[in-house]
Design a protein around this ligand. Structure first.
Ligand SMILES: Cc1cc2nc3c(=O)[nH]c(=O)nc-3n(C[C@H](O)[C@H](O)[C@H](O)COP(=O)(O)O)c2cc1C
Length: 223
């Protein structure tokens, strides 16, 4: 697969088939992804891989927590601005509405939206979940480094015929995740990643997000 195809065929898949993914394949993806650059090559990331009964128990605990008391935990880092502003507000709305439209969820149907949100914690039925963390004593640069690892994982997965979904949703429930994985208190949970084979018949997997044209995010000087 050409690298351009690996990148452009990546999209967030939110319904996976139960087809298992061998540990060797996950190891291959992570080994390739770990070639990501990082400032001074400190490689600040940690990845916790879950599958099988551990994943099931984690999912059950997360759904119970998210369903009963959604506000008991907060992410340990701030992903989004407190107050949205343009053009990001409109893009965010387009993303949410586009997904709900594909799923046939009416915009005011809060229970259905909540049920869809909870599917995050099932890793969207994927057989493998990844939890990415960094040491909390590190600084903003390490968040950039970890993001490069994450993107490499998503792209490398394409090379194996697999799909993914990056998920910040887990960050809000790091306390629950800690109870199920060998995470130390030093680790900040950045995001989860669902990994597996996409269900090609699922409506949500036909949601293709747009991108703004080059001219909107690029300036060329002296070129
Ligand atoms: C760091 C990160 C966190 C994300 N968190 C979630 C999430 O919690 N749940 C979800 O359904 N999608 C999540 N997404 C997926 C984005 O919504 C998606 O990447 C975006 O809409 C662009 O669509 P595409 O990935 O299909 O190109 C996340 C993406 C990134 C990069």
């Amino acid at each position: 697969m050409h690298v351009d195809d690996a990148i452009t065929s990546r999209r967030s898949v939110r319904r996976f088939l139960p087809t298992p993914v061998e540990r060797e394949v996950v190891e291959h993806i992570l080994r390739v992804a770990s070639r990501a650059p990082s400032g001074s090559n400190i490689q600040p990331w940690k990845v916790h891989v879950v599958t099988g009964t551990v994943l099931e128990r984690l999912s059950t605990a997360l759904i119970a927590a998210a369903d009963s008391s959604p506000d008991t935990e907060q992410p340990e880092y701030t992903y989004y601005p407190r107050e949205w502003f343009e053009p990001y507000l409109s893009r965010r709305r387009a993303c949410g509405f586009g997904l709900y439209d594909k799923l046939g969820i009416a915009r005011g149907d809060k229970p259905a939206r909540h049920r869809q949100m909870l599917r995050n914690f099932l890793f969207f039925d994927a057989p493998v979940g990844l939890i990415v963390t960094i040491d909390r004593r590190l600084e903003t640069g390490s968040y950039m480094d970890a993001a490069m690892l994450v993107q490499n994982i998503l792209v490398s997965a394409r090379g194996q015929g697999l799909h993914t979904c990056a998920q910040a949703a887990f960050a809000g429930y790091h306390g629950v995740v800690r109870q199920h994985l060998p995470m130390t208190d030093d680790e900040i949970l950045l995001c989860g990643i669902s990994l597996g084979y996409e269900d090609p018949n699922a409506a949500e997997n036909h949601f293709v997000t747009e991108r703004v044209p080059l001219s909107e995010f690029t300036t060329f000087s002296g070129y």
